[in-house]
Design a protein around this ligand. Structure first.
Ligand code: ADP
Length: 397
């Protein structure tokens, strides 16, 4: 069975065609600059050369048509007809409070995606366009929505409610949702399997550390808490996002700089994090690490603060679950930065965490990186959101 996975951004569309018999990627690709001049599609069939199509893509419908053409191209394609595709799985950002589980798309589901445009203004409209484009290109083919907010919906009220007047939750569903849900679901599940943990009771903390970063705590795969909130701005220090901050800072900057709330929120989302803390060096953690190695103090402080915040969340989530069996690192920084993993774990000696330096010298595959006598299993689990979406899609159809 072949499943197509689609991840639409406002001006981009990523796709993977996955053979679910062995979960291998048959082809993958990216449409860039949709709706902007100079759009192009890069198609990568497994084991064959890359294939680039430079054609105008005024919208996602045209982009999907080009993806379908690339998949069926006589020379670079991997299927003879779209009949070979059993279903399409879509990453959808926000389902508000309506859905916590993945679902086959119907008119109600599309209405909910539309109703949540103001909760996910950049992503939900693009996600809906991707779904409608697939409906047009492959009439009758099931489309499945896999929600980025789905995993966090299992949080108990004490974790998801903000301490603000109740009416705002009742009127506008203002609460903590959490994001990166597909990744947290996938990695916590893999950690339980790979670590040989009890699938019903295992207490797992997942550190998804990329440009966007979040931590989750789950028991038996059910989310207990997660660090992002109403939007992805809450929680950890990220590439460009501030994470947790006193809201009064917003008012203070507005007053001092003559900016409005939207401008300051834009600064907190796009110009803060390690980029802002380092005085503008970069949002890319590799650049920050290189600057630190060259003796740049601000880069060093930014990295220290990033690591310190992750360690504090691990401590908080250990308390939330009254213990932790496993800590799993994933995403760009989590999977590649062994020094960062070690530095975070250095804060966790009180939990009996012991890193094995040789085992920690690893990249790109599932691995236990803690010492045999560590009280908590620490793991590296590469995330694979596309595969998680494909598995959900297969399960539902
Ligand atoms: P996102 O999906 O949120 O854009 P990724 O999960 O792809 O992010 O992670 C990207 C981040 O991972 C970048 O900031 C990059 O610098 C960082 N990264 C990749 N390799 C390393 C490394 N060896 N050491 C430190 N950071 C790394």
């Amino acid at each position: 069975m072949k499943i197509l996975v689609i991840n639409c951004g406002s001006s981009s569309l990523k796709y993977q065609l996955i053979d679910m018999d062995d979960e291998s990627v048959i082809a993958k690709g990216l449409c860039e600059r949709i709706g902007i001049d100079g759009s192009k599609l890069t198609h990568q069939p497994a084991g064959k050369d890359k294939f680039v199509v430079e054609k105008a893509m005024p919208n996602h419908t045209v982009a999907i048509e080009l993806v379908m053409d690339a998949l069926q191209d006589p020379e670079h394609g991997v299927i003879k007809s779209t009949e070979e595709i059993a279903a399409v799985g879509h990453r959808v950002l926000h389902a508000g409070t309506t859905y916590s589980e993945s679902i086959i798309v119907n008119e109600d589901v599309k209405r909910v995606i539309r109703e949540c445009f103001d909760l996910g203004p950049l992503h939900n409209p693009a996600n809906l366009m991707g779904i409608e484009a697939c409906e047009a290109a492959m009439p009758g083919k099931p489309n499945v929505a896999v929600w980025d907010t789905g995993f966090g919906m299992a949080m108990p009220e004490k974790a998801y409610l903000y301490a603000i007047p109740r009416e705002y939750y009742e009127k506008y569903s203002i609460r903590r949702y959490g994001f990166h849900g597909t990744s947290h679901m996938f990695v916590s599940g893999e950690a339980i399997k790979f670590g040989g943990l009890d699938p019903e009771k295992a207490k797992v903390i997942v550190c998804h550390l990329g440009n966007g970063a979040s931590v989750s705590a789950s028991i038996g795969g059910r989310c207990v808490d997660t660090s992002m909130g109403l939007t992805p701005l809450e929680g950890l220090i990220m590439g460009t996002r501030s994470g947790d901050i006193d809201p009064a800072v917003v008012q203070f900057i507005c007053n001092k700089e003559g900016k409005d709330v939207n401008e300051v929120l834009n600064i907190l989302n796009k110009k803060s994090g390690v980029l802002g803390m380092s005085g503008g060096i970069s949002s890319d953690f590799r650049d920050i690490e290189n600057a630190k190695k060259e003796g740049n103090h601000l880069a060093e402080v930014a990295l220290d603060a990033f690591i310190y915040r992750v360690a504090k969340y691990i401590g908080a989530y250990t308390a939330a679950m009254n213990g932790v069996d496993a800590i799993a690192f994933t995403a760009g920084v989590g999977e590649n930065d062994k020094a960062g993993r070690k530095a975070i774990c250095d804060y966790l000696g009180y939990l009996g965490v012991k890193i094995d330096d040789a085992a920690n010298d690893v990249r790109g595959k599932n691995a236990v990186i803690s010492a045999p006598d560590s009280k908590v299993k620490v793991m590296l689990i590469p995330t694979n959101e596309e595969l998680a979406i494909a598995r959900e899609t297969k399960r539902l159809i």
